[in-house]
Design a protein around this ligand. Structure first.
Ligand code: PLP
Length: 395
C-alpha cells in the first residue's frame, strides 16, 4: 500500500476519527432516555446549523428521500410548482414533482449558470397559482451556487413556498433559513456533514408546517407532522438510525467548534485554493461567477478522456475525484472539497489531477499551480481583497 485513499468527491466524504469512533459504539435503545439526551443535543446543534428556531427532523433515508418527503408533504396532486432546472438535481426535483402528480413548470438555466432571481419573480407574477418554487442551493452536477437569498426575498412575499435542496450546501455555505425566509431546507448526511450516507435532515418554516398539517401525508413513511410530534418526545416515528445520530452528534460538535463563520471561511478558502490552482493548470472553470463552496467543476481540454484521467488519479495517486454527468461525462472533472477535507488533502488531489492529465497527454500551463492555490487560500483566510468572503453571504 503506497497511498492513503482520499475521497475528493461530492459525497460520500472522508470522516473525522471522532465521528468514526462514535459510529462504532454499541446500540442504545431508541425509546430510552440515553438516546433522548443525544436527540436533544443534536436538535439544538441542528437548529444552529440550519439557522432556524423551528424543528429540524432527522429522516432515515438518503437526501432524495427528504426531497420526496418535502414534495409529498407540501403539495397535493394537481397543484402547480416551478422548478429551477440547471443540472441533474434540478431535474430530480421535476421528476419527484411529476411522480406526485404536480403540474410542473420549469425555468431552464444553462448548465454552469445560476438562475436569475428576476426570472422567478416574473414567473410568480405571471402565474399566482404557483404553489411552490423548487431549487438547489448548490447544484452539485455543475458546481453552481444558486442565489437562494435573493430568490427567497421574492418567494417570501408570495404565496409560493420555497423548497431548497441544500444537500451539498448545508455545513458548507451560509444558508440561514429563518433569516432568509426559506420554507423548506433539507440535506443528506454524506456531504457537508461528514457522516456516512443514510440520514437526511429537513426543516420547515411556520407557513410550510401549516400547509403540511392541513393535508394528509402523501405516504405512510414520510409523515412530517407525525415526526414533528414524535420529536417533541425526542424520538422518531420508526426505529431511529441510532449510530448515525450518534455520529451526527459528534460531527456537529466538530462543525460548530469554532462557530459558523469559521466553518464557512474555511470552505470559502478551500474553494479559492481549488479555483486558483485549477485555473493555473489551464483548465476552464465550469461555474464562472456563481460557484459552490464544496465542489469545483472544470472542463477538460478537447481530446482528453476524463474517465482515463480519473482512473489514473485513483490508481496511481489514491485520489478519487468525480467526473461529469450526462452530456458532460468524460469531459468534466469535479473536485470535491467537502466533508473532512483540508488544504493538504486538496493539494494532493490537485497534484494527482495534474499528473494524470499530463499522463494522458494534457498540459499544465504553470509550474507553480499549487503555490498559487495556497496563496489564494491564505489570502482568503486573512480576508484579503479579491479573496475575502462575499459580503452578501457573510451576514
Ligand atoms: C447528492 C445530492 C443529491 C442526492 O442525494 P442522495 O443522498 O444521493 O439521495 C441531491 N441533490 C444534491 C444537490 C446533491 O448534491
Amino acid at each position: 500500500m503506497l497511498n492513503k485513499f482520499r475521497l475528493l468527491t461530492p459525497g460520500p466524504t472522508p470522516l473525522p476519527e471522532r465521528v468514526r469512533l462514535a459510529l462504532a459504539r454499541d446500540m442504545v435503545h431508541h425509546r430510552k432516555k440515553e438516546f433522548a439526551a443525544v436527540m436533544e443535543r443534536v436538535q439544538e446543534r441542528l437548529r444552529t446549523l440550519f439557522g432556524t428556531q423551528d424543528t429540524v427532523l432527522p429522516l432515515s433515508c438518503s437526501g432524495t428521500g427528504a426531497m420526496t418527503a418535502a414534495v409529498y408533504s407540501l403539495f397535493a396532486p394537481g397543484q402547480k410548482v416551478l422548478v429551477v432546472e440547471g443540472g441533474k438535481f434540478g431535474q430530480r426535483w421535476r421528476e419527484i414533482a411529476v411522480s406526485r402528480g404536480l403540474d410542473v413548470r420549469s425555468i431552464d438555466v444553462p448548465w454552469g449558470q445560476a438562475v436569475q432571481p428576476q426570472a422567478v419573480a416574473d414567473a410568480l407574477r405571471d402565474d399566482p397559482s404557483l404553489a411552490g418554487v423548487l431549487l438547489q442551493h448548490s447544484e452539485t452536477s455543475t458546481g453552481v451556487l444558486h442565489p437562494v437569498r435573493e430568490v427567497a426575498a421574492v418567494t417570501r412575499k408570495s404565496a409560493a413556498l420555497l423548497l431548497v435542496d441544500g444537500i451539498s450546501a448545508v455545513g458548507l455555505t451560509p444558508c440561514p433559513m429563518d433569516q432568509w425566509g426559506i420554507d423548506c431546507l433539507l440535506t443528506g448526511s454524506q456531504k457537508g456533514l461528514m457522516l456516512p450516507p443514510g440520514l437526511a435532515l429537513l426543516a420547515l418554516s411556520p407557513r410550510a408546517w401549516e400547509r403540511a398539517e392541513k393535508q394528509a401525508p402523501g405516504c405512510f413513511y414520510f409523515n412530517l407532522p407525525g415526526e414533528k410530534a414524535k420529536l417533541a418526545q425526542k424520538q422518531t416515528l420508526f426505529t431511529s438510525p441510532v449510530n448515525l445520530i450518534a455520529g451526527l452528534d459528534e460531527s456537529l460538535a466538530v462543525l460548530l467548534e469554532n462557530g459558523l463563520d469559521a466553518l464557512y471561511a474555511k470552505q470559502w478558502a478551500l474553494t479559492m485554493l481549488a479555483r486558483t490552482s485549477l485555473a493555473a493548470m489551464g483548465l476552464k472553470l465550469f461555474a464562472q461567477t456563481d460557484f459552490a463552496w464544496g465542489i469545483t467543476s472544470v472542463l477538460l481540454p478537447d481530446g482528453i478522456d476524463g474517465r482515463e484521467v480519473l482512473r489514473l488519479a485513483a490508481e496511481r495517486h489514491g485520489v478519487c475525484l468525480a467526473g461529469g454527468q450526462d452530456h458532460l461525462k468524460g469531459r468534466m472533472v469535479r473536485v470535491g472539497h467537502m466533508g473532512w477535507v483540508d488544504w493538504s488533502d486538496l493539494l494532493g488531489g490537485l497534484y494527482a489531477l495534474n499528473q494524470s492529465l499530463k499522463d494522458v497527454g494534457g498540459y499544465c500551463a504553470s509550474r507553480d499551480y499549487l503555490e498559487q492555490g495556497m496563496a489564494a487560500y491564505r489570502a482568503a483566510l486573512q480576508g484579503q481583497p479579491g479573496q475575502a468572503l462575499p459580503p452578501m453571504l457573510h451576514s
